[in-house]
Design a protein. Sequence first.
Lengths: 433, 433
Amino acid sequence: MEKKNLGVGLIGFGIISGQVATVLKEKAGILAEHVGCSLEIKKIKVLPADLKRPLAKEFDPALFTTNEEEFFATPGIDIVIEAIGGEHPAFEYLQKALSTGKSVVTSNKEVISKRGADLMTLARQNNVSLRFEASVGGGIPLISPFMFELVANRINGIYAIINGTTNYILTRMDKEGTDFNTALKKAQELGYAEANPKDDVEGIDATYKLAILSSLGFKMSVGPEDIHHEGISRLSSRDFRYARELGFAIKLLAIAKQDDKWIEVRVHPVFISEESLLAKVDGVYNAVLVEGDLVGNVLFYGQGAGPKPTSSAVIADVVSTAQDLLIGAGNRIKWQAKPKIIKPMNEVITRYYLRMNVSDQAGVITQITRILGDNQISISAMLQKEANIASQSAEIVIMTHLASEAAMQNALHEIGKLKVVNEIGNFIRVEDL
Amino acid sequence: MEKKNLGVGLIGFGIISGQVATVLKEKAGILAEHVGCSLEIKKIKVLPADLKRPLAKEFDPALFTTNEEEFFATPGIDIVIEAIGGEHPAFEYLQKALSTGKSVVTSNKEVISKRGADLMTLARQNNVSLRFEASVGGGIPLISPFMFELVANRINGIYAIINGTTNYILTRMDKEGTDFNTALKKAQELGYAEANPKDDVEGIDATYKLAILSSLGFKMSVGPEDIHHEGISRLSSRDFRYARELGFAIKLLAIAKQDDKWIEVRVHPVFISEESLLAKVDGVYNAVLVEGDLVGNVLFYGQGAGPKPTSSAVIADVVSTAQDLLIGAGNRIKWQAKPKIIKPMNEVITRYYLRMNVSDQAGVITQITRILGDNQISISAMLQKEANIASQSAEIVIMTHLASEAAMQNALHEIGKLKVVNEIGNFIRVEDL
């Protein structure tokens, strides 16, 4: 195909898409060298508010439209970049782009995690490509490794810190001893957490990303609804103190494992050894540890969000798409979907950390350990902290050996009914990395 | 192109190529699914000794030949995999393969670092591809990120632990307080170091790998001969003790930086903050930190050697090459070569650690600090360790602020001439990561 340039259409002109447009303009020469022809922005679909951004003044006003029809009717758009986020109307836009023969690059984790397989089928039917490197981990190469560089491996496990907001909050709670709400407020002040932080702190954002990574890693269509998730709001600064004392860090981990029978996918706070590399991933940084049968453990680390890192991935996808278009390669990406069997949460086996507040009297520990023993849960370590004289209570921390979630939930239910137990402060699963 | 299978020819049947052959056989079904057609081994070029390996019995004897002519005359070979290492005869083999229209996958860092640009030109002329993901960092995706996923970035720096042998030795020296020779012997016993360890411990292997990474990162043809390199044999266990005391770890780092004027490429032991992620990379593991203008810092970590991790990268390259062949994509890889200007070592600016043994008498420090001051080198920290009464000597450790290599070499020369200085024990550059 001989072509002087390829046309690009942008959907969105927010913080991410604005940065993408800026890079396309500022690095036009270098990108043209890589692709083998120039990339020209043909149209930008905006919201009225976007036009008030100072950045809008740096682009030809004729490029902007608030009208969806006009955007899609623009001649010469070969590649559509979508960075508006959310399932709707992004899904409809992507559907329209793919079905009219345009290749798509998106940074939208929600639409890919929920509708990725459908969109990929549509892309294949239309012999165009759909790329989404920026949907997980910002500029860290993660999608490509699963699709290309690790393709010879059977992926046995994925262990990921993939939400910068929660990792920032946990880092502050750990290093400064602050409580969850104080750390969240600081994250909001710094722009790391949104006014409504639910998607991040409840682990929902992480389920989108884990759904994408595990779908690619296991070659199954894993959706966010398949993933058990718990957030970080129930963590207290005391949990961090005890974790340190026991040689652990606390992280919100997205975990996916595969054995011969089923896959296990879950997002929740975990204790991990403070010696593990993931324990050293602080602040808004992301890291993904992948365990393959040939490659062993590989780890990818970097900034998981932000306009510049995200634009790095979006532009890389645009370059690859453009290279493919020039050679007429169509869709080189495979999204296979073997049948999936998800392990029920009750069957998950881990070690546990338990923290409880009990009456400071004789025989309390015997009552608790008897219940654990009756549920086949054995204890690996116990800390009894100084009693509070005024309230006649004491805090007990127990680390268990491996136990099933069902057994632990049953034991917690029974322990909660004991008269001598004032409160089950927390229980946190332990991941041995 | 409609084809029922693609043909593969292997050059070599040693520990790496044997593993590659095994994976091609054992994972044939999965690989065929990825590629879109089956991959069939057509011929294996072996040395007579290879045929005595037990693994040879698991392949059809008709596949083996010790004859180069016969190998290249075998019909139906689309992709040649080379894993024999070294510049010759690998270069001639690859030349022959490419010029007769075969695509090439190699794990050979030496031939790629020395002749990569020539081979790439030859590949382009013949519209076939040349891939070498396994040449750096075993199974860790490193070549592809530079070629594809980080392509939107201007790469400002590369900081790499890319030699597992030396990192294993340094880890033992650090954790166990052993000296270099003891740690080397242990590495040899475990098969991590060769009988003749020169290429690893003198940093030569690391220069091959850094030449490849910096060529791709900076889009210049950087050769091993451009890279200043020093090995690890002059490190003593005392250096590790002082490093810890000062908050540093010691690593053999391959460093490449780019500014507006020139590039800086060097391999030598460095002090790095013990808080940096690279400081946590222990044993035979590798890690590469890349600094891009958009992506910020990204880090790739994993096993940098060994048959399985290396086969992971080789097979991934074979799959990508095969996918490209099926769609008639030819060579999608760019190896650009802008003119390079290498910063002379004398112009390099770092901080320094100095350790010296001096006479235990008044005025010694004044004499040393005066020389440093005369060379515009200022001191950031100093440790004076207990004197040795018997020898009437003391050990002094000095950390400097930023200084040029020229100034430091000049100062060391003058300090070495002082009567009160018995020995300059070591000087190690400090890298601020």
